[in-house]
Design a protein around this ligand. Structure first.
Ligand code: 6PG
Length: 244
């Protein structure tokens, strides 16, 4: 039920496989609601390695057959400015894991223009993304970054532009990223986080709300914020948080 204010939820699952299933369940649920309410669903996919299992599962029956792909638009929250055939391309990997295996109209797939000069790509993509996403998937870096919003970067302060060029991360290449105004305007934001190497950062963001960590500033104004964590990523969380 939409309350006009931020709703927060933490979902704990045992394994990275169960994390993929939870992601697919949530995706399917949001698509259903958005299509019913607005006739289409605007989704921003995350980059990195964690969502790959979810993308691959989403492409499998029966999951993919339950999705009205003609009404789903897929965008990206960030991209490395490399060719789509590069192993570093978020779009390229999603194409392999998901897009090549589902029946989605090509006009519904909106890769970030990583082949253009970053500034040009950012200005162009800003016009392509919706006023508000129905669903934004995010990952969490071990340094607390999310999308390609890195600690101490000026992009964290951006309040007007919706897509900006940045550099940094691993690989340290020019990138495009949506900004906090876009993330925090979304109807649903989901962090998919797996592995013990992320446990410290999960605690710092969820429990300690460390202000210098970019992920701490993901606070959708009137949307839902859902953390999906596997057991390892949740290792350092307190009983209160886990029990809440
Ligand atoms: C990127 C990502 C980035 C990612 C985190 C977590 O393009 O690099 O969007 O924000 O989500 O770095 O990456 P892993 O899932 O690979 O740990």
């Amino acid at each position: 039920m939409k309350t006009g204010k931020l709703t927060r939820e933490i979902i704990f699952v045992e394994t990275v496989e169960a994390l993929a299933e939870e992601g697919v369940r949530f995706f399917t649920e949001v698509v259903e609601g958005a299509v019913e309410a607005r006739g289409r669903c605007m989704v921003a996919l995350s980059g990195g390695s964690t969502p790959r299992k979810m993308h691959a599962l989403l492409a499998q029956k029966p999951y993919c057959s339950g999705i009205p792909w003609s009404k789903v638009h897929l965008c990206w929250g960030d991209e490395r400015c490399v060719s789509a055939d590069s192993r570093w391309s978020n779009y390229g990997r999603a194409r392999e894991d998901l897009l090549d295996n589902i029946d989605i109209p090509i006009g519904n797939v909106h890769p970030m223009p990583g082949h253009l000069l970053p500034e040009e790509g950012a200005l162009r993509y800003e016009k392509e993304i919706p006023e508000a996403f129905d669903l934004v998937f995010l990952g969490l870096g071990a340094d607390g970054h999310t999308a390609s919003l890195f600690p101490d970067h000026s992009a964290l302060e951006e309040r007007k532009r919706r897509v900006v060029p940045v550099t940094g991360g691993d690989p340290d290449v020019p990138r495009l990223t949506i900004t906090f105004p876009v993330i925090n305007k979304a109807r649903n934001v989901v962090f998919l986080v797996s592995g013990k190497e992320k446990a410290e950062m999960v605690k710092s963001v969820i429990e300690d709300h460390e202000p210098h960590l970019p992920a701490s500033h993901v606070l959708p104004a009137s949307g839902s914020l859902t953390w999906m964590l596997d057991r390892e990523a949740a290792t350092l969380l307190s009983k209160e948080t886990i029990g809440a």
